[in-house]
Design a protein around this ligand. Structure first.
Ligand SMILES: Nc1ncnc2c1ncn2[C@@H]1O[C@H](COP(=O)(O)OP(=O)(O)O)[C@@H](O)[C@H]1O
Ligand SMILES: [Mg+2]
Length: 262
């Protein structure tokens, strides 16, 4: 299972990525959780203590690794470098392990954000492709709304491309943009998870605004999730309701995907 989670900042991508990672892990599956948001905070949502999380170096900052694998220094452009660097050992070598979950933090590449071809963006894109297309583990990618790390081949390998929305126009504008980009990359169906739902009206608003995307389910507005964030602990260890709702989402997803292939 390869899942990519996108959406506007603050809608709950990281919360949902962490919950799904924990759920798959609790089933005994090996999980690779990828923090591909430059504003990285998946570690905290997985319950990694702050002191530990601060020590995790994002891959985009690993100049030696980038140079060793691509043959060129980060930041250099236009020079010669390998377009197909070795990446298959990276999860084991530098992933942060907690129980059955391996966390990889991609980090911020200014150059990649501008869409350029430079050593660090080549390495990150190649790594993401490897994770999505070549691994046996469950891979869950916590992304930002910009999906520039995704190439066509990678996007096509994603089983579930999820956009998280909350009740409100702005997260829908982002969702529409993401949907357009995703379809352009060959993603067949885009699933919507509604988060922070307080009332039936909220849910109606969401369902009424989904165009050309598939509604998967929702998570309620939940004070325990906020409390967990305040304490820097994981929603998985703090909120039975969040677990229950995330299990429903996971089940809905698996059902949809098996309908699609049968
Ligand atoms: N269902 C929810 N109910 C209440 N607060 C939530 C819910 N989901 C997420 N949050 C809170 O909203 C904020 C943003 O969530 P986060 O998962 O970091 O979003 P993103 O990764 O999309 O930026 C956090 O403070 C988080 O605790
Ligand atoms: Mg986030």
């Amino acid at each position: 299972m390869k899942i990519a989670i996108t959406g506007k900042g603050g809608v709950g991508k990281t919360t949902i990525a962490a919950l799904l990672s924990k759920l798959y892990q609790s089933e005994g599956k090996k999980v690779i959780a990828v923090d591909a948001d430059p504003d990285a905070n998946l570690a905290s949502a997985l319950g990694i203590p702050r002191k530990e999380a601060e020590k995790i170096r994002p891959i985009a900052d690993m100049a030696e690794l980038i140079e060793e694998r691509t043959g060129a220094r980060p930041g250099s452009m236009g020079g010669m470098f390998k377009l197909n660097p070795k990446v298959d050992d990276i999860p084991d070598e530098i992933g942060y392990r907690l129980d059955g979950i391996t966390l990889l933090t991609m980090g911020k590449s200014k150059a990649a954000a501008s869409g350029c071809y430079c050593p660090e963006s080549v390495l990150l894109r190649r790594l993401l492709k490897h994770l999505i297309v070549e691994r046996d583990e469950v891979v869950i990618v916590d992304m930002e709304a910009g999906i520039e790390h995704l190439t066509r081949g990678t996007a096509e390998g994603v089983d579930a491309f999820i956009v998280v929305v909350e009740p409100g126009q702005r997260s829908f504008q982002t969702a529409e943009t993401v949907r357009g980009l995703a379809k352009g990359l060959g993603v067949k169906s885009v699933f919507v998870i509604a988060n922070k739902i307080r009332t039936e009206d909220d849910l109606r608003f969401i369902k009424g605004n989904i165009k050309d995307m598939e509604f998967l389910g929702y998570m309620s507005f939940n004070h325990e999730i906020m409390e967990a964030d305040l304490k820097g602990s994981s929603p998985y260890s703090s909120s039975p309701l969040a677990i229950e709702e995330a299990m429903k989402l996971k089940k809905a997803l698996e059902e949809r995907l098996s309908e699609g292939t049968s």
